[in-house]
Ligand binder design. Sequence first.
Ligand SMILES: Nc1nc2c(ncn2[C@@H]2O[C@H](COP(=O)(O)OP(=O)(O)OP(=O)(O)O)[C@@H](O)[C@H]2O)c(=O)[nH]1
Ligand SMILES: [Mg+2]
Length: 490
Amino acid sequence: MPPYLSVIIPAFNEEARIVHTLEEVVAHLSKQAYGWEVVVVDDGSSDGTLGVVTEWAACCENVRIEAMPHVGKGWAVRHGMLSSTGERRFMCDADLSMPIGQVDAFLQKMSEGYDVVVGSREVSGARRFGEPALRHLMGRAFNYLVRSLVLRKFQDTQCGAKCFRSEAAESLFRHQRIRGFGFDAEILFLARKEHMRLVEVPIDWYHDPDSRVRPLIDSFLMLRDMILVRWNHIAGRYRTTRPLRRAETEPEPIEGVVAVVVPTFNEAENVSELVERVLSLDIPESRIIIVDDNSPDGTAEVIRRLADRHHGRIELVSRPRKMGLGTAYEEGFSRALAGGADYVVQTDADLSHEPEEIPELIRTLERVDVAVGSRYAPGGRVGDGWPLRRRLLSSVGNRGMRLAAGIEVRDATTGFKAFRAEALRAIDLTRLRCRGFGFQAEVAYACQRLGLRVAEHPIEFNDRTRGQSKMSLGIVIEALVRLALLRFRR
Ligand SMILES: Nc1nc2c(ncn2[C@@H]2O[C@H](COP(=O)(O)OP(=O)(O)OP(=O)(O)O)[C@@H](O)[C@H]2O)c(=O)[nH]1
Ligand SMILES: [Mg+2]
């Protein structure tokens, strides 16, 4: 059962304050009749925050810590919002500038039907304590800019206390692009764009002299972020495809054992979200097999921590060096089959494919052997965020490979597929020649030659928002040559 309330606390170098904050928060929540959880997201602190919270959380089962590389407050909150499960998701600052007892007022508002409740230091009834006048003035000046650029009518966008209904949190934070302090305004902008019900509630605010906000630099960075929000909007990057409210009738859960195979190279910033999203799908018997090629960014370490938390549901295959995509799949697939999977899914770690589409891919397997998540099938699309160069590379590469090997499926290079176990066994993976990127197309070719039933399920593909792409023109050319040779030999 998911808890009623998740409290998300982003923390960057908060060793000195975080324990006191946790004590206050837990003391307040323990008195409530509802279920709750506290998620501290460590934003790659260089002090002892991670250690202190880990130790503290060991004694309190409702409190956990999520360790992230240092990216920014916005990214930490996003991670907390998407990896927590409460019906209400409340974010607050690690210094508790707003005493936690006031969360009740937020929840009260939510019960009146609001989707997003925003703590405000400016609306009538709010009080500020101990804030230097100059600081306040700068805050107001910034707010004026924000209002005129992106958010009319909001008195205070930057207060760290906000509460979201679960569906709102999931839809908003998934579309978030801003990683730093400007994310609040972006989220509110998106909420308004989606016609969510928003309200500001007055709060008591105690200024902390040790605040992490640097007035000048951060105001400047936020201004830049606001311009970015506007720009992203104009460029169509916030076009949403996901319905805000969940469907009235939930589809049946997936029966059978599902293994999701994910190759990773430098995906430390993406794997936790991927894992949480996959494991929260309505698939009772799912496992994730991650094949990591000794990523220098510490991906394996992140996975180990996840594996501890989700006991028995995550398997890490650590390889000594970058051995290529093809062999990574080969290894992941054989583990999946050896582990008794009925269905095997492959997906990239960079969240370009929505994990929420996995159940649909598997349902497609009721009538075929292989389901292909396809950008190029009718109804499929590539998100607007993909730069022209990558779009061209993908489209030309895809066409080229189809032509070279005579592949019928419209998206030959997609990394998002589902196989029935028997079908995957029928493809002798050890005989495939393409060790790198061409592997995807070679599998498509093999399916065709074996006469397997293949169906394309249209998907939206979005550019990765974190981490580096490993794709290049060289890789595409190499794959093309190999595929052409393959067909020629046959
Ligand atoms: N184990 C392993 N994984 C890899 C290797 N190269 C890429 N990957 C992973 O394969 C998946 C796809 O790689 P991407 O870099 O996203 O390539 P792409 O999706 O074709 O292109 P972009 O989305 O534009 O980056 C990701 O999960 C990568 O981390 C590799 O050599 N070994
Ligand atoms: Mg990718």
